[in-house]
Design a protein around this ligand. Structure first.
Ligand code: HSE
Length: 328
């Protein structure tokens, strides 16, 4: 299957590396970052592009804009992994629409377009007989969307609770375990590359709320928006509050929760027992789904990272290959 890759940040490079390393039957015929772009119908030399990117910050000498790669390259599926803009959703939304209008399948890790334009993009994909998949947008490597779509098909999802932001989880763990201040722990998380470009998105609970919106729309199709989520971050939390919780055998986690029957859509720091399944270490994410038939299911895994996010993207691509491209 031929793919075009737009975005060469840490996620894009992880996807390119895994496609080059593994024998997945995927050929990259178009590639672009914010400054450069290449098209080759016979397949792009990924090792060369990655080396050039490392050396010059660009994919190569050619300055074809990303939108021209999307409109002109020969591919079956677009991989859209440019940075998230949660306010406008651009330029990613324009890229996704351009590909869907060409009847190309789309896989994205970009939270902006999915949180802001879910219904519109799903409808456009359906109209064009294309797939629009976004497993990587929520909880990185944890296959939440595939589980909802296949493993839990036929179940009613009653509610969900989760740790959906790895940066906050890291900060809370470091404050509790090492007695670091909030500022020290945040600095570490930034240095380790966990935080968003603007870390206020992480610590004010915006990133977790965006992921909650994506999950709610996927599961319930209820048109929930970011402003509908009742949100409190961890940025005002003190080391004393954590210590008090620890004294009681508990700890604090930033929990995202949704239950439409109670009109509950909330992200907030919660005191929970240390033995609770949502108490995870480091940057791990966790999600509990409450369902009518399967009852409670909890999934734990890596919520961010280059190769971890590539895992979710490649899962979506191979699903498209098996269910759309090979059947066409
Ligand atoms: N900044 C995000 C997090 C990255 O810390 O979870 C993945 O969306």
């Amino acid at each position: 299957m031929k793919v075009a890759l737009i975005g060469m940040g840490s996620v894009g490079r992880g996807v390119a590396e895994m496609i080059a390393k593994k024998d997945l039957g995927l050929t990259i015929t178009g590639i672009a970052d914010s400054k450069s772009g290449l098209i080759s119908d016979r397949g792009i030399n990924i090792a060369k592009v990655l080396a050039t990117k490392k050396k010059t910050g660009m994919c190569g000498d050619s300055t074809i804009p990303a939108i021209d790669v999307i409109k002109n390259a020969d591919y079956d599926a677009l991989i859209e992994v440019t940075p998230t803009n949660a306010l406008s959703g651009e330029p990613a939304t324009g890229y996704i629409k351009a590909a869907l209008n060409r009847k190309k399948h789309v896989v994205t890790s970009n939270k902006g377009p999915v949180a802001l334009h879910y219904k519109e993009l799903k409808a456009l994909a359906q109209k064009n007989g294309a797939a629009f998949r976004y497993e990587a947008t929520v909880a990185g490597a944890i296959p939440i969307m595939h589980t909802l779509e296949h493993g839990l098909a036929g179940n009613e999802i009653l509610a969900l609770y989760g740790v959906l932001n790895g940066t906050c989880n890291y900060i809370l763990n470091r404050m509790a375990d090492e007695g670091l201040t909030y500022a020290q722990a945040l600095m570490e998380a930034r240095e380790l590359g966990y935080a968003e470009a603007d870390p206020t998105y992480d610590v004010q609970g915006i990133d977790a709320a965006i992921k909650l919106v994506i999950l709610a729309n996927t599961i319930w199709g209820n048109g929930v928006k970011l402003e509908d989520v009742d949100r409190t971050g961890i940025d005002l939390l003190t080391a004393d509050a954590l210590r008090l919780a620890e004294d009681e055998g508990c700890t604090i986690r930033l929990i995202a929760e949704a239950c439409p029957r109670r009109n509950l859509f909330r992200v907030s720091p919660r005191i929970i027992e240390k033995s609770h399944p949502l108490v995870t270490q480091g940057t791990l994410n966790a999600l509990t789904l409450e369902t009518d038939m399967a009852k409670e299911i909890t999934m734990i895994g890596r919520g961010a990272g280059s190769v971890e996010t590539a895992s979710a993207i490649i899962g979506d691509l191979l699903f498209i290959r098996d269910c759309y491209v090979q059947r066409a």
